[in-house]
Design a protein around this ligand. Sequence first.
Ligand code: ADP
Ligand code: MG
Length: 249
Amino acid sequence: MSEVIAVVSHKGGTGKTSLVQNLAYEYGKSDPSSVLVVDFDPQSNLTAGSGLIPQDLNYTIFHGINQPKECEKGIVSGPYYDILPANLDLAIADQRFAGDKDRNDKLGKALSTISSRYRLIFIDSPPNLSFFAFNTLTAANQVIIPLQCQPYAYQAIDSTMKLVELVQEKNPNLSLKSIVLTMYDKRLSLSKSLKDITRRRFKTQVAKTVIPINVSIPEAILDHAPVGVYAPRSTGARAYKGLAKELKL
Ligand SMILES: Nc1ncnc2c1ncn2[C@@H]1O[C@H](COP(=O)(O)OP(=O)(O)O)[C@@H](O)[C@H]1O
Ligand SMILES: [Mg+2]
């Protein structure tokens, strides 16, 4: 059975897409066809960051949620992982399916047609507390919450956790895998304070590995590569590698 890992945060810019791309690389580099990433964000950053041109795609995850048997047509095989990409078509999904009884399980139904092929499936989601977040969490059995070391991001963790609890009522298979501190700046006492507060509050639910602020991470995106390929010796690449080892997915 595949593990389906949702990466969610109600706040934007917390490192969700980077986490999905770089964890998928760590787990997929030795067996790329065993790992799938799903871009469930109309902004399509994961799609573009993986080297695809969103507006040129004939099939995307939107086709899969519209018609589950079309889901497999969207899969693109890459050097480190397979991807189910997105483009702007996905932006209308919440309105398109608003009246459907199963509107929160559209992604789950789409992925159920292809999940047996994969050991790990990572879902990248937009900062959202409704359609996209519900679908992402309903389709998953584990959730990772990236927590950017900034006060607003810390505040957003409560609403993200509430959402996870809400979905758990319908999807009891869903469990919190980890809260991951991202963009940690060791020069700032703010980063250390937020790390301490988070660890005091969420204890072992917080990953020991912290993702530092590191310019190689955004630079790698311009190269359409995971940071582990672009700059394998960078602090960012080493952190994602350590995180993958710690999470043991
Ligand atoms: N650890 C980091 N250090 C420096 N920049 C980062 C780091 N993680 C992410 N970024 C950059 O910050 C921006 C937002 O990250 P991203 O992963 O896209 O967040 P989200 O998907 O939550 O919006 C991107 O430009 C990304 O390259
Ligand atoms: Mg993103």
